[in-house]
Design a protein around this ligand. Structure first.
Ligand SMILES: [Zn+2]
Length: 211
């Protein structure tokens, strides 16, 4: 077993995706942003729930169905509680549900801004290999090579070269994962045994802290 510095990066996009919906106020398709609010409507034992969006042009609302005409017994109590309290974390997660949005809109704008938290999972003394595990709680529009290049301060050309030399491996990913959108479960392993800048350059960037 080789000596590793293992880190975990948690990447969270900042702005929820915006579906393009026909807006009566503007008279054509417009981007709609999540208002961060949900609405629950009861009709006897039957419930409807929506996420509320607003047109970026005229502020008109669009209600995105979460469920419609659902019997109260068939609704997960945690979801019901989240809707009743307008739980901001639950609503935020729903607002990033790209699959649900794709069922409602042909065009969806996504935004590149993200925050990143870096944690050291374990560190062998005299480590030679850097292992980066990605946590992506909600879909992020970010290519793996762009993320690695910006966070590790190396060029994408160098990353590609490392990959071709076998010094950069993507565990549990596709062969062309470097050019693909990041997702949870991707683990990147870098063999830095020949690199004298391990402690001085790579470690602070990977672990997000000064030595
Ligand atoms: Zn509008």
């Amino acid at each position: 077993m080789c000596a590793k510095l293992r880190v975990r990066w948690t990447i969270t996009p900042q702005i929820p995706p915006q579906p393009w919906i026909n807006c009566n106020g503007c008279g054509g398709p417009r981007a709609f942003r999540s208002s961060g609010k949900a609405r629950l409507n009861a009709n006897g034992r039957s419930l409807d729930a929506w996420l509320i969006y607003r047109c970026v042009g005229c502020d008109k609302t669009w209600n995105r169905p979460i469920f419609e005409r659902r019997n109260i017994r068939d609704i997960d109590p945690r979801i019901l509680a989240a809707l009743q309290s307008n739980d901001p974390l639950w609503i935020r997660a729903e607002a990033f549900d790209l699959d649900a949005l794709r069922r409602r809109a042909q065009r969806i704008d996504e935004f590149p801004e993200f925050s990143i938290v870096k944690d050291v999972l374990c560190e062998a003394c005299d480590w030679t290999h850097l292992e980066i595990e990605l946590m992506v709680p909600v879909p992020a529009r970010l290519r793996l090579d762009r993320l690695l290049a910006s966070e590790l301060s190396v060029s994408r050309t160098r990353l590609q070269a490392l990959s071709e030399q076998g010094a950069l491996c993507i565990v549990s990913g596709h062969a062309d994962s470097l050019r693909r959108r990041i997702r949870a479960g991707i683990v990147v392993e870098l063999d830095l045994s020949a690199d004298a800048g391990r402690e001085g350059l790579w470690r602070p960037r990977a672990a997000g802290m000064p030595i």
